[in-house]
Structures are given as structure tokens and as C-alpha cells.
Design a protein around this ligand. Structure first.
Ligand code: GDP
Length: 469
């Protein structure tokens, strides 16, 4: 039982029509009654809110000074997000009113919530499982429509249901074995090993489907770390601008992990490209290309990139500097998309010749002809990138269940246990040996939903949350 009452501003900072202060815990209602005066005359000093009904009134401090006009709503446990008594005060947006009211509820007995604490309480009180809690943060952080849809699918229990189906199947097999151990028939193997094999193989297959979808879908869930490289004047900043124009959305400007790296997130046809080192592209570049690409920052960005957008000037052909840059690209783990820019300046025959030349120099690279000036080819870049990153050109449906790296790691471990159990089944080992492996797999899968997750796992999941959620 969580005894205290937490409070936080749940809407973003800055000017806005409304802002919401949320309270959760046993003192939510007493605090509301202390700070809020309903406008309706019939509501006397001992007024009682009707659950889940908005009440218009004044928020007043202890001296009766009005801080704001607001709507309040009381959602008694367990029919609330946290499964506790929840109160929301919807006041005017902007930091003044929100800060004043937050201070007031804190001085009236609430405690400032930690980041993610509302959702953590929802999890601890059984309102959400761990996959749904993760989906909440994924949804808040979603940068593209596709990411948002995938997160919403997980919030609706898509992954939870699939994991629980496998876990329940394992429990059935374990129950069968334990029944058999309790009533052993002397010297006779009464276990239905062939049925058990079928059941365990089915569980493995279900997990394999989830793993396969990760490969297909992780580009949507996590974005692609990309860099743009190329010698000066080939059109790198024009490409950046074209991509931005294409989607009319700079998604974010995020400070990079190191001080001198800037990350920028672009939405290219539903795929999030996380571009590093864009500052270098935008600045006037005086340095020689080979020298420039050699500097530590670019090399680091190149090394960690999943996608390298290598730009050349089609009209200039492939110069020695271009070759040097392509050699460096080839030495990395990332995939290279060679963008032959300024296609407006060359003929179809020249294009064919250039394509052959590129094939010779860098056969593994994907090639696309574009003109950032006329826009030709740019609108197809999202499709080209998607083709590079998805096998068999399969697109991921919006309602797909896509697992995270955390889920993937756990599923792989659970599969190890299941394979061990298959060995035990086919090797004729006694039932309790088989049950130990199956229980191992069941426990592992419980780390995904949170059923068997330790505090360290729970802390790691909730450390991603923002204040007020
Ligand atoms: P960066 O130094 O690689 O960032 O190159 P910029 O983007 O600054 O472009 C260099 C020059 O090439 C500018 O004068 C652009 O207008 C021009 N340019 C860029 N893309 C194209 C294109 O597709 N066609 C033509 N004709 N010119 C282009």
C-alpha cells in the first residue's frame, strides 16, 4: 500500500490554453477540498464531488486568495489511471498559475511526484503491466505517426497478450508434469513426451514470430542512426533542407551524447532518421574533404551510423576525394546509400555510366539519383531507405507487435530454456528436470510483463519517464 499522495504538473511547460495538475493517493480528495471552492452555491463547506464529473470553481490559497479559475475532477480508486484516488485540477496554461497551484497542493500535504511515478503506481497497483508502461513512454516520445501507432498497439495489450499466451501454455505443460511427479507410476514413463515436444515447439514458434517482427519493425520503433557525408558543394545541406521540406517537420533538436555532436531527428516517410553531426554540414566547410572526414567527430559518427548517406555530385563524376570517402564508408558496419545528386545536370546515358562506375567501386552500396534542386528522386528516399532496412521488402502493418531490445534479449534467453527443455524431453530425463527448464522460461517471460521482474528491471523501465506521467 502506498501511503502518501503525489502531485505534479502533467502538461508541458510553456503557454497553453489549459494546464493540468494531477494528484494521486489517499489525500487527493481532502487536499482538493482544502484548495478548491466550487462555484455552485449549493456546494457548502462540506461539498462532495460526484466521481468523474467536472466541477467549475476557484483555486484559493490558505488566506482565501484566488489563484485561478479551474475545473476539478475526482476519480476515486480503483477506477483511475493509478488505481488510487486521483484528482486533476485543470487550470489555465502557463507556468505562473500551474506553479502556484502545485506549490499550494504541496504545502497542503502532497509530495512532488518523481518522473514516471504515476505510471509506476499504476503498474504496482495492477492497472498496467510492464509492456503497457513502456508503451506509455513510447507513445509520449513517438516522433512519427507509425511509432505512435505501434506504441498504442502495445498500450492496448498487444505484446502483453502474446507473452501471456506463451506463458500460460508453459504453465499448462508444467502442471501436467507436476501432476505426474506427484503420482508416479513405478518404473514407467507416463509423460506424454511427444505431446510435450509439440507444445514446447509451438511456444518457440510463437516467440520466433515476435523476434522476426523486431527485425522488420525496429527501424520504426527506434529510428535509424544516419550520417550525411560527402565533399564540399556536392549538396549535403541542400539534401538536409530537401528532407526537411519533404516532411515539413524537424522533429526535434536533441543535444548529442558528446558535447560537440548535434543530433537532429527527421521524419522521412514515417521512418525516423537520427542524423548526427548535422552542425558540420550546416557550417561553411573550408577544410579539405579527406582531412575533414578524418577528424575524430566525423569518424565517430560514421562508425556508429546504421545508414550512411554518401552524397556525390553527378555532374562532377567520382573524384579521388569521393573515392576516399567511399573507401571509409566501406570500412564501417553501416549500410551506405550513395546519393548521386544534381541529376538535373546529366543525361540518361551519363546516369547509366555513373551507375556502372559506382557498381564497380562499391558494389554493396545502394544507389539513388536525386536532385535536391528540382526535388526529383527525393520523394522516394523514404521508400529506398525502407527497402534497405527491411528484408523481403515487407512493410510492417500499423497493428504489428514490435518488441524492444529489452524484450528481444529476454525472449532469446527464454528460448534457450525451452531448447534445454526439449533436450530433456527427448533425452528421457525425469519430469522435474524438464519442469525446471520450463519454469526458467516462464520466469524469463515474466520479466517482460513485469510478473517476475526484479526492482532493477522496474527501475530501468521507469527511469525513462518524464515528470508528471
Ligand atoms: P554542401 O557543401 O555539400 O552542403 O553543398 P550545398 O548543399 O551547399 O550545395 C552546393 C551547391 O550546389 C549550391 O550552390 C547548391 O545550390 C547546388 N546544388 C545542390 N543540389 C543541387 C542539385 O540537385 N542540382 C543542381 N543543379 N545544383 C545543386
Amino acid at each position: 500500500m502506498i501511503g502518501d499522495t503525489i502531485a505534479a504538473i502533467s502538461t508541458p511547460r510553456g503557454a497553453g490554453g489549459i494546464g493540468i495538475i494531477r494528484l494521486s493517493g489517499p489525500y487527493g480528495l481532502p487536499i482538493l477540498k482544502q484548495v478548491f471552492r466550487p462555484k455552485q452555491k449549493k456546494q457548502g463547506a462540506d461539498w462532495q464531488p460526484t466521481p468523474r464529473e467536472l466541477i467549475l470553481g476557484w483555486v484559493c490559497d490558505s488566506l482565501g486568495v484566488v489563484l485561478d479559475e479551474a475545473l476539478a475532477v475526482y476519480m476515486p480508486a480503483p477506477h483511475s489511471y493509478t488505481r488510487e484516488d486521483v484528482v486533476e485540477i485543470q487550470c489555465h496554461g502557463g507556468s505562473r498559475s500551474l506553479d502556484n497551484i502545485l506549490q499550494l497542493v504541496l504545502s497542503s500535504g502532497a509530495r512532488l511526484a518523481l518522473p514516471g511515478e504515476f505510471t509506476q503506481r499504476a503498474f504496482l497497483n495492477g492497472g498496467l503491466d510492464l509492456t503497457q508502461a513502456e508503451a506509455v513512454i513510447d507513445l509520449i516520445e513517438a516522433k512519427t505517426a507509425k511509432e505512435g501507432k505501434i506504441a498504442a498497439q502495445q498500450l492496448a495489450g498487444g505484446l502483453k497478450d502474446k507473452i501471456e499466451a506463451v506463458s500460460d501454455g508453459l504453465l499448462d505443460i508444467i502442471a501436467g508434469i507436476e501432476g505426474d511427479i506427484d503420482y508416479p507410476d513405478e518404473g514407467v514413463d507416463t509423460l506424454n513426451r511427444s505431446q510435450m515436444t509439440v507444445d514446447v515447439e509451438k511456444a518457440i514458434k510463437q516467440l520466433d514470430i515476435l523476434l522476426a517482427q523486431r527485425e522488420q519493425g525496429k527501424i520504426y520503433k527506434e529510428g535509424i542512426r544516419a550520417v550525411i557525408v560527402g565533399r564540399p558543394n556536392v549538396g549535403k545541406s541542400s539534401l538536409m533542407n530537401a528532407l526537411l521540406r519533404e516532411e515539413r517537420a524537424i522533429v526535434t533538436d536533441i543535444a548529442g551524447t558528446t558535447r560537440d555532436t548535434i543530433e537532429e531527428s527527421l521524419n522521412v516517410k514515417g521512418i525516423r532518421l537520427i542524423l548526427t553531426d548535422t552542425a558540420g554540414i550546416r557550417e561553411e566547410e573550408q577544410a579539405d574533404a579527406v582531412e575533414r572526414i578524418g577528424i575524430a567527430r566525423s569518424r565517430e559518427a560514421l562508425r556508429s551510423a546504421q545508414l550512411i548517406l554518401a552524397v556525390i555530385d553527378s555532374a562532377a563524376g567520382i573524384t579521388p576525394e569521393d573515392r576516399e570517402i567511399l573507401t571509409q564508408c566501406r570500412q564501417t558496419e553501416g549500410k551506405t546509400l550513395l546519393l548521386c545528386n544534381k541529376m538535373d545536370l546529366i543525361t540518361a546515358a551519363q546516369m547509366a555510366f555513373l551507375r556502372e562506375m559506382v557498381q564497380d567501386i562499391y558494389p554493396e552500396a545502394s544507389v539513388a539519383f536525386i536532385s535536391t534542386l528540382t526535388g526529383d528522386g527525393c520523394e522516394r528516399l523514404g521508400d529506398v531507405i525502407q527497402e534497405i532496412f527491411t528484408t523481403n521488402c515487407m512493410t510492417v502493418p500499423d497493428d504489428a507487435t514490435i518488441i524492444s531490445a529489452r524484450h528481444q534479449e529476454i525472449i532469446l534467453r527464454a528460448k534457450d530454456y525451452l531448447r534445454d527443455s526439449l533436450d530433456a524431453i527427448t533425452g528421457g530425463l525425469p519430469g522435474d528436470f524438464i519442469a525446471v527448464d520450463l519454469q526458467g522460461a516462464w520466469r524469463k517471460l515474466g520479466e517482460i510483463t513485469g510478473k517476475t521482474a526484479g526492482q532493477d528491471i522496474i527501475d530501468r523501465v521507469f527511469s525513462r519517464f518524464c515528470l508528471g506521467k
